[in-house]
Design a protein around this ligand. Sequence first.
Ligand SMILES: NC(=O)c1ccc[n+]([C@@H]2O[C@H](COP(=O)([O-])OP(=O)(O)OC[C@H]3O[C@@H](n4cnc5c(N)ncnc54)[C@H](OP(=O)(O)O)[C@@H]3O)[C@@H](O)[C@H]2O)c1
Length: 284
Amino acid sequence: MKVAVIGANGQLGSEICKSFSDKCEIIPLTHDDIEIIDKDNVYKVLTGIKPQVVINTAAYHNVPQCEQNPVLSFQINGQGALNLAKISNELNYKIVHYSTDYVFDGEKKAPYIEDDRTNPLNIYGLTKLDGENLIKNYCDKYFIIRTTGLYGKTLCRAKGGNFITTMIKAAKTKPVVKVVNDEILTPSSAAQVALNTYKLFNTENYGLYHMTCQGYCSWYEFACVIFDKLNLQTPLEPCSVSDFPVNVKRPTYSVLENHNLKSINLDNIIFWKDALIDHLNEIK
Ligand SMILES: NC(=O)c1ccc[n+]([C@@H]2O[C@H](COP(=O)([O-])OP(=O)(O)OC[C@H]3O[C@@H](n4cnc5c(N)ncnc54)[C@H](OP(=O)(O)O)[C@@H]3O)[C@@H](O)[C@H]2O)c1
């Protein structure tokens, strides 16, 4: 099976390329190879490849930058998704498109399932929801995968790192590291998401899926495991979201339940702490 991976040198894209390489013919596409906001370029590149599956990990997802650049944000997260959706139908390939917990406002305070009402609080969330709707409305063979709190061996290009690298840097440069204890998420390893994406796209169960590790924690609890396992000696203290000035509104609760994966017996993703410990052992 020929699988084109867009964003192939990104945090998730690189993990997908690595984890599928013995199972499929992978065509890795970096931003130098394809520009998803350019319809003609998308058409030219993908008609040249003729893939059976296209996996789109490309996004504009630096949240404060999205707020400053709403037009670019809609172009990449919305128009880019539309370009891929339209050509997917024409060339009859399956499309896998990633989205985010930020389509929710966090007010539910219980794990969100796929059918829950969306209500994004910022431009990033709004434009990712736009992308989801365009994919749903313009192609048939789609898998939209919402995930949260990603970390991987390759750093997130849009953010220049991930929470783990931020903690390592903070421990080296600050006398005390303070991390919020009242914002709840599920840290999810790119390796787990890649593995489970493979299982999903080999089915014909098209639709919208939540795909995160099991369980949840606060950012502070996430940091505690990192400090403990990497033996970081700098004092780590909990604090509140209200201790920081708010430039962009974000959901303070964004736990997703893998409800639709469960319904097709594909929710085999491991607990967040186990995935994190595996990852920390590998990068030590
Ligand atoms: N990171 C998280 O915590 C998180 C959480 C929830 C959901 N997600 C979603 O997961 C997906 C993958 O995230 P990630 O962390 O792997 O991101 P990433 O490391 O920033 O990778 C994104 C990739 O897409 C490429 N790209 C960006 N704009 C493009 C464009 N217009 N045309 C073609 N390629 C483009 C980037 O290349 P350049 O860098 O060269 O531009 C990069 O290779 C995204 O859809 C994101 O919204 C991420």
